[in-house]
Design a protein around this ligand. Structure first.
Ligand SMILES: [Zn+2]
Length: 293
């Protein structure tokens, strides 16, 4: 609820990474201190050291993420949900080093392993999966889409939601992703597009749930597109906890700060307190439950 214009209620960062070699607990504590109540801790590939070359490597890496989540739960009051999966950029990099067949095989096994962990209750969502966000050869792009389609079919059989790492190409991106969902028999409402621009209108999201990257200008973008939105959407930082890119993509304080800015902006647009409370509660609780639980 709102107390003197300030939101007192759930505040969730739906896409955050942590790294035991960098800020780790202090970043989670900072988020919590600023009013954050929950995070989706997304598995981060070790781009800077060595990428898993076999399924045992993935098992070790996934367990590290699960262990980080336990430590954050011990040290803070945050609700921590784990997102596990093989990154599409790793697939592309390893297609160059291991060959496309071996890289694809490893990717599919790593999806299977993540789904096993999810079934055991150690994680809640498959991700980030998707396709490279940069230009690749036409042949590689076709393979990437075939692979994503197979990943969606696997997630569909297991009834598991996915967080999607995709390129940014305006409304075309979500339109293509939603048609891939339909072809794979995967419900659109479980395909969350991560790192989304702030346009939350249905024209732009094609009805997919999206998590908006809450950088500068995001509040304005949301406010301008809200009227035409029937999508479920949320907020994320994609905090990387990478010593080489401190504070990137956005820092841990961002989501509590933007949540309060959104309340303020809506109030200036003439929304009453009940309407604001309902929207913020949807963003940080109701829509999350309906997508992931
Ligand atoms: Zn990420």
């Amino acid at each position: 609820m709102l107390v003197e214009g300030k939101w007192k209620g759930p505040i969730v960062d739906q896409h955050m990474h942590l790294d035991t070699r960098n800020r780790f607990l202090s970043a989670a504590e900072e988020f919590s201190r600023c009013g954050g109540t929950g995070i989706f801790l997304v598995h981060k590939p070790s781009f800077s050291s060595s990428l898993p070359k076999d399924i045992e490597g993935y098992r070790v890496a996934y367990n590290e993420t699960i262990d980080m989540a336990s430590q954050v739960r011990e040290k803070t009051d945050l609700d921590v949900q784990v997102v596990l999966g093989p990154h599409p950029v790793v697939w592309d990099i390893q297609a160059n080093s291991l060959g496309i067949e071996k890289s694809t095989e490893l990717h599919i096994s790593a999806v299977g392993l993540a789904l096993d962990f999810i079934e055991e209750g150690k994680a809640i969502c498959l991700g980030e999966v998707g396709r490279p966000h940069y230009k690749v050869s036409e042949d590689r792009w076709i393979k990437a889409n075939e692979l994503l389609s197979e990943v969606m079919q696997m997630a569909s059989s297991s009834k598991v939601p996915i967080q999607l790492h995709v390129e940014e190409n305006g409304e075309q991106t979500c339109r293509e992703i939603s048609s891939l969902c339909d072809k794979a028999g995967f419900p659109r409402r479980m395909a969350v597009r991560h790192f989304a621009p702030s346009n939350v209108s249905n024209d732009h999201t094609s009805g997919l749930p999206v998590t908006v990257s809450m950088g500068k200008g995001s509040i304005e973008g949301i406010c301008a597109s809200l009227d035409n939105s029937k999508s479920h959407w949320g907020m994320e930082t994609d905090f990387l906890d990478d010593p080489k890119r401190p504070g990137a993509v956005l820092g841990p304080k961002t989501i509590p700060k933007r949540t309060n800015q959104l309340c303020h902006a809506l109030s200036s647009m003439g929304w009453d307190e009940n309407e604001i409370e309902e929207l913020i509660f949807n963003i940080h609780e109701t829509w999350i439950s309906s997508t992931y639980f």
